[in-house]
Design a protein around this ligand. Structure first.
Ligand code: SPV
Ligand code: MN
Length: 652
C-alpha cells in the first residue's frame, strides 16, 4: 500500500539542511533584504526547510519570494519577458511561450513515481526505485540553477479553508512556470502556515529547466515522490511536465483519497460546471474525460463554469456531494476553439479583455493563430517548430500544422464570462448532482446514458476507452482510460476502484443527494452506424442537449428506457431539448445514436473484463456488473439480432 514519510527524503538528503538555523543562514546568504522580509512571514518548519534545501541543492544566484502582491506578480511577468521565456504579443497582456519542438506534451516515457522497495504501483505507470532517483537528482539537480534566480511561490490547491484544499509550494527557475502558476492557482502566502496546519499536508515541487537546450531533453525527468509528497522536474518547460502543482500534485491528491480518505474524498480528472434547468434551478455536474476529448468545451457549455480539468470531491455533513476546483484558471487546448463552439473563450483570446499566455501556436505580426479556429490564417510566421510557411514538412515528410495539436492557452477563470465566482471561490464547494464519464469512442457507446445505480456508475468510469490524443508524447491507438484519471493514479487500479465503490455507495448520501452517474460520448461516427454521412454523428452544440437530459433525469423529470447498460433517453424528450437549441432532431439520427450495437458492447465488456482480471485487488463487484450486463446484452441479441433499436427495447 502506501506509507507516508517512508525512506530517505531525497530533497533533505541532497540539500543537507536539517535545522532552521542552517536554513536561516542560507536565506541570509541568498536573499536580499526585501525577499528576506517577505520570507519572514512564513514560519512553518517544513516549508522553510524545503525552501532551504532547494536552495542548497540547486544553488541559484538569488532567490525571489513571490508574495502574490500585484508588484510581485508583475515582477514575475517582466522576468519571463526579459529572459525570453515569453514574448509580448500585439494584444495587451497577451504573451507567447514556446516549448522545445520535441517537448510539446507530457513526457510519459520520462515520468516516474519514486517508490520504496516492494511498493506496487499502477500497471499503467512507470516507477523508479528511491536509490536510483536519489542518484539521478544528485547528479543532475545539484547546481542546476547556477546563474539563475530561484522563484518561490505559495499556493493553495482550492479555495482556502475548503475541506479538500491542500497548500503547495512551487519552486522553479522558470519565470514562465511561475507566471502560469499565478494565473492557475490561488496565492496562499498570507495564510500559508495556517493552511498547512489545517490541511495537515504540504505538497512540494522543485523544477528547473537548466539551460533549456534540446540536447538535455533526453535527460528530462518528472519524478513524483509519493512518500514525501515532493516532485522533481528537470530539463523541460512544458507546463504539464514542470508546473507540478497541476498533475504532479493531483497524483498525490489521488493517493491521499485512495489510501487515507477512503469513502470520504475523491480526486478526479474532471471539469465542474452548472446547468440552469427549469425554473432557474442550478444543477452542478462534474465530469471526467481524457485529455483532448472536449472537457474544456463541455465545462463551458454550462451556465455556471467552475473548472475544466480537476475536481476534489467530498460528501458534506448534510450528505451533499461537494466539488472544488483546485485551480482558478484554465490551461486549455486551443485547437478547434472557435466562435461558434466556444464564445466565452474566444472573447478572452480575441478581445482586449484578460491576461493570456499562449503556447506553441503560430505567431504572425504579434497575432496568434491556431488550427481549427474558423478564421483566415497566414501562410507564414513563427510556430512551435520555428520559422513556418505553408507546405513546410517535418523530418518525416509530413506537413507541419500551424499550431501543435496540444498548443494551449492559459487564462484566468474569472475572465470566462460564465464563471460563477461565488461558488467557484467558496470553501463549501459546488453541490454536485451529476457525474459524467466520457472518452473518444467512435463505435460503441451512445451519446448519453445513465447508470442504474452507484456501482454501475463506478463501472462506467472504470470502462472508459479512448483514442490517443496529442497530450502525451508517443501515445497511439485506442486505449483503456479508467476514469480518464489513469495517467494520474499512482497506486494499483484495484485500490482506486475500491475507493470509488465506497465513496459513491457511502451511506452519508440520502436517496435525494446520491449523485446520478452517467456516460457521455461525443465521438460516434456515421461510418460506425452504416450511414453514408461523413465524420461525427453529432456536433459541439449537441453537448448542451445531453447535459440537459441528465439535468432533467437527476431531478426525476424524464422517463427512460431501461437497458442492460443503463437508462437511455426517450426520443420525445431529446427532440424537445433539441428544439430549445433551435435544432431539428430526426428520428433516424436518434436511432443511429441510441440503438445498441450488441457485438461492440459485448466486445468492450470482454476487453475490460480480461484486462481487469490481470490486475490485483479488483473488487469482485466490477466483474459481477460485467457478467450481468453481458448476459442481458446476449439475451437481447437472441431476441432481436445484433442491432437493437430503442423501439424494440421499449416493446419489452
Ligand atoms: C492534460 O493533459 O490532461 C492537461 C494538461 O490538462 S497537462 O498539464 O499536460 O496534464
Ligand atoms: Mn487534464
Amino acid at each position: 500500500m502506501l506509507e507516508l514519510r517512508k525512506g530517505v527524503d531525497i530533497l533533505t538528503k541532497v540539500g543537507g539542511v536539517q535545522s532552521l538555523d542552517v536554513a536561516q543562514a542560507i536565506f541570509a546568504d541568498k536573499l536580499d533584504a526585501a525577499n528576506q522580509s517577505k520570507l519572514a512571514n512564513i514560519k512553518n518548519e517544513e516549508a522553510l526547510l524545503t525552501i532551504a534545501n532547494a536552495i542548497a541543492m540547486c544553488q541559484p544566484d538569488s532567490v525571489f519570494i513571490n508574495s502574490g502582491s500585484e508588484a510581485d506578480v508583475q515582477w514575475v511577468r517582466e522576468l519571463s519577458l526579459a529572459r525570453g521565456e515569453e514574448q509580448e504579443l500585439a494584444m495587451p497582456n497577451h504573451t507567447v511561450h514556446f516549448d522545445l519542438p520535441e517537448e510539446q506534451a507530457r513526457i510519459i516515457d520520462r515520468t516516474f513515481y519514486i517508490v520504496n522497495p516492494g511498493e506496487d504501483i499502477s500497471v499503467l505507470a512507470k516507477k523508479c526505485q528511491r536509490e536510483q532517483a536519489l542518484k539521478y537528482i544528485q547528479e543532475n539537480m545539484v547546481g542546476i540553477m547556477a546563474g539563475a534566480t530561484m522563484l518561490v511561490g505559495f499556493y493553495s490547491r482550492g479555495p482556502m479553508g475548503a475541506k479538500a484544499a491542500v497548500p503547495a509550494l512551487e519552486i522553479t527557475s522558470s519565470a514562465y512556470v511561475m507566471h502560469s502558476a499565478n494565473i492557475l492557482y490561488r496565492n496562499a502566502y498570507e495564510k500559508f502556515d495556517a493552511e498547512i496546519e489545517r490541511a495537515g499536508v504540504l505538497f512540494k515541487n522543485v523544477h528547473s529547466q537548466g539551460l533549456n537546450r534540446p540536447e538535455d531533453l533526453p535527460n528530462a525527468r518528472v519524478f513524483m515522490d509519493r512518500s514525501w509528497l515532493t516532485t522533481f522536474s528537470t530539463f523541460c518547460t512544458y507546463a504539464g511536465n514542470t508546473l507540478l502543482l497541476k498533475k504532479g500534485n493531483h497524483r498525490f491528491a489521488v493517493d491521499l483519497a485512495t489510501y487515507f480518505k477512503i469513502g470520504e474524498e475523491l480526486s478526479e480528472h474532471m471539469f465542474i460546471t452548472g446547468m440552469t434547468g427549469p425554473g432557474g434551478r442550478k444543477t452542478f455536474f462534474a465530469g471526467a474525460a481524457p485529455s483532448g476529448c472536449g472537457k474544456t468545451t463541455t465545462a463551458m457549455v454550462g451556465t455556471d463554469f467552475i473548472g475544466d480539468d480537476l475536481a476534489q470531491l467530498w460528501i458534506d455533513d448534510a450528505g451533499s456531494l461537494r466539488a472544488i476546483n483546485p485551480e482558478k484558471g484554465i490551461f486549455g487546448i486551443v485547437r478547434d476553439v472557435n466562435r461558434e463552439g466556444d464564445p466565452y473563450l474566444m472573447k478572452c483570446l480575441r478581445e482586449e479583455w484578460t491576461e493570456v499566455i499562449w503556447s506553441n501556436v503560430l505567431i504572425k505580426d504579434g497575432v496568434p493563430y491556431w488550427e481549427g479556429s474558423g478564421e483566415d490564417v497566414p501562410t507564414e510566421g513563427i510556430n512551435f517548430q520555428g520559422e513556418w510557411y505553408l507546405g513546410k514538412k517535418d523530418a518525416h515528410g509530413n506537413p507541419i500544422p500551424i499550431s501543435h495539436p496540444n498548443a494551449r492557452v492559459t487564462v484566468p477563470a474569472n475572465a470566462i464570462e460564465n464563471y460563477n465566482s461565488d461558488i467557484g471561490e467558496s470553501a463549501a464547494g459546488a453541490p454536485v448532482k451529476v457525474i459524467t464519464y466520457s472518452g473518444r469512442d467512435a463505435d460503441t457507446m451512445p451519446p448519453v446514458w445513465a447508470a442504474k445505480n452507484a456501482s454501475e456508475g463506478v463501472a462506467i468510469g472504470a470502462s472508459i476507452v479512448s483514442a490517443a490524443t496529442a497530450t502525451e508524447i508517443g501515445a497511439s491507438g485506442v486505449r483503456r482510460q479508467p476514469w480518464a484519471n489513469s495517467p494520474f493514479i499512482p497506486g494499483a487500479l484495484g485500490d482506486y476502484m475500491n475507493a470509488q465503490f465506497k465513496f459513491f455507495n457511502s451511506d452519508k448520501f440520502t436517496d435525494e443527494t446520491r449523485p446520478l452517474l452517467a456516460g457521455l460520448n461525443y465521438f460516434l461516427t456515421h461510418a460506425a452506424r452504416g450511414s453514408e454521412g461523413k465524420g461525427l454523428l453529432g456536433e459541439k452544440r449537441d453537448v448542451k442537449v445531453w447535459l440537459s437530459w441528465l439535468e432533467r433525469r437527476a431531478h426525476g423529470e424524464v422517463d427512460a428506457i431501461e437497458t442492460p447498460i443503463g437508462f437511455l433517453p426517450l426520443y420525445e424528450d431529446l427532440k424537445a431539448l433539441f428544439a430549445e437549441i433551435d435544432k431539428d432532431y430526426p428520428r433516424s439520427l436518434y436511432d443511429m445514436q441510441f440503438s445498441l450495437y450488441i457485438d461492440n458492447l459485448v466486445g468492450r465488456i470482454d476487453l475490460q473484463h480480461e484486462a481487469y482480471s490481470k490486475e490485483i485487488r479488483i473488487p469482485e463487484q466490477l466483474f459481477e456488473i460485467y457478467r450481468s450486463q453481458r448476459a442481458g446484452l446476449i439475451a437481447l441479441k437472441e431476441k432481436f439480432g445484433p442491432v437493437v433499436t430503442p423501439e424494440q427495447l421499449l416493446s419489452l
